[in-house]
Design a protein around this ligand. Sequence first.
Ligand SMILES: NC(=O)C1=CN([C@@H]2O[C@H](COP(=O)(O)OP(=O)(O)OC[C@H]3O[C@@H](n4cnc5c(N)ncnc54)[C@H](OP(=O)(O)O)[C@@H]3O)[C@@H](O)[C@H]2O)C=CC1
Ligand SMILES: O=C[C@H](O)[C@@H](O)[C@@H](O)[C@H](O)C(=O)O
Length: 308
Amino acid sequence: MAAQIIPTVTLNSVDAKSMPVLGLGTGGFPPSPPEVVIKAVLDAIELGYRMFDTAAFYQTEEALGEAICQAVSLGLIKSRDEVFLTSKVWCNDTQADRILPALQKTLQIMKLEYLDQYLVHWPVSLKPEANPFALKPDDVLPLDLKSVWTAMEECQKLGLTKSIGVSNFSSKKVADILAFAKIPPAIVQVEFNPAWQQGKLKEFCEAKGIKVAAFSPLGAAGAFWGTKGVLGSEVALRWAYEQGVVVVMKSFNKDRLKQNQEIFDWELSAEESKKIAQIPQSRANRGDNFVFENGPIKSVEDLWDGEL
Ligand SMILES: NC(=O)C1=CN([C@@H]2O[C@H](COP(=O)(O)OP(=O)(O)OC[C@H]3O[C@@H](n4cnc5c(N)ncnc54)[C@H](OP(=O)(O)O)[C@@H]3O)[C@@H](O)[C@H]2O)C=CC1
Ligand SMILES: O=C[C@H](O)[C@@H](O)[C@@H](O)[C@H](O)C(=O)O
């Protein structure tokens, strides 16, 4: 079976290779066992996927790195350079002096010399020792965005990542970064699906030459419209692709991985697109757990700068 070729886009980072517009995410709770992640990544590579997403928070970095090593040993790819790998710094490390060590740790765990993309996972800073599943008000620290971004830029300058970006940021916070950035974000990874279409952020990023990446493109597990039922998965993925965003989808099932790839040789009709544009909007992944009346993030409106 011939592997399906997935189109790519060029990022604004001169150091980065082009990024496949559809890739496999490895996040999810509870984390999948390493052998499940490794098999899914190998299946995906065999099918033609070349972009993979992880995060320190997901506990899948090691399995993804191991899968890439195995893919090279098996001859599925010639070298690690053929895949586009993203990871993210978790909130416990979003302080200037902790970013570079966090990336170095990720590289060590993944057995890589460089990432293709490193993202600030949330615009949130937590005490290093804070348990993200049981946060207390004083675990949340004020985020010093300028020094954090400068540390991200340093990671790219050192060649440890080929591009840098952010995740779960409002367009206001991306604009704040652009005001002082020497290296602008290459990507903003956000929840993006027919039930949360991100009109404002998408328009802003397009105007600034920043790519948007869609997570939960099939609808986050907690979304009010359900994970699998409302729209056909291919329709949701094709819709996101037609919006011009990069799509980070998760399936650890080989048949569904194959099915989700079959979105590049047909189009949604104008009527279908119009119907999708009318779907009621609601953000599912709101970050309520970071909000405390007496902490630095006082409300979800505060976290998203009203972009809810
Ligand atoms: N930056 C951030 O804060 C976040 C990033 N992410 C990233 O984005 C990735 C994807 O997001 P996620 O929230 O997992 O959501 P998705 O929209 O990709 O949905 C994943 C779910 O859909 C199922 N599924 C996939 N394909 C099909 C299909 N063809 N038919 C029926 N069911 C299907 C999967 O099950 P199965 O595996 O059984 O196929 C899984 O339960 C994550 O893995 C992570 O890497 C996600 C959330 C937040
Ligand atoms: O802590 C909060 C939530 O778990 C949230 O952080 C995750 O949904 C995460 O964004 C992800 O990437 O999966």
